[in-house]
Design a protein around this ligand. Structure first.
Ligand code: HEC
Length: 126
């Protein structure tokens, strides 16, 4: 009886250990140039960005921001100085290129907005 109980406990333990959700085929699915799981623009270097930039917070902090390359560099320095972001080493220029390419400053105030009401607007996710 006692052995049975120990067997039961061990089984539960192993069942528990195998319970991790396995990454599925959807893990790195890309639809219309967007990496679905993170919302980031797809790119050959996207895994470098995901690896360095989504461990502390969601990628939405990136996708909702716009800046020049040096603006992005400033945000990285700020996180390094105040939020324990570690030195990104050789990944830093790769990440900055990515950010400056896909999330550059929005053009504002130069002219009136174009009236493109029937074009493909995207939903802003908050
Ligand atoms: C060590 C943890 C950590 C890592 C790794 C990290 N960040 Fe952050 N980041 C933070 C914290 C903490 C904040 C502040 C979050 C808040 O205000 O809720 C933040 C905020 C931000 C913001 C918002 C800044 C603002 O002015 O509002 C952006 C953009 C950002 N991070 C981008 C990145 C990018 C790009 C990377 C990859 C290079 C990255 N983060 C990696 C910790 C991290």
């Amino acid at each position: 009886m006692k052995n049975l109980f120990i067997f039961f406990l061990l089984s539960m333990f192993f069942i528990q250990c195998n319970n991790e959700p396995a990454p599925t085929d959807d893990w790195n699915k890309v639809v219309d140039g967007i990496h679905v799981r993170t919302g980031l623009k797809d790119d050959p270097n996207i895994q470098t960005v995901i690896g360095a930039c989504t461990t502390c917070h969601s990628a939405q902090l990136i996708t909702q921001n716009r800046a020049t390359r040096s603006g992005w560099e400033g945000m990285i320095r700020w996180m390094q100085e105040t939020q324990n972001l570690t030195d990104l080493g050789q990944a830093e220029p790769v990440i900055l290129d990515y950010l400056a390419k896909y999330y550059p400053p929005e053009e504002t105030g130069r002219r009136k907005n174009l009236e493109l009401y029937d074009s493909d607007w995207y939903e802003l996710k908050l």
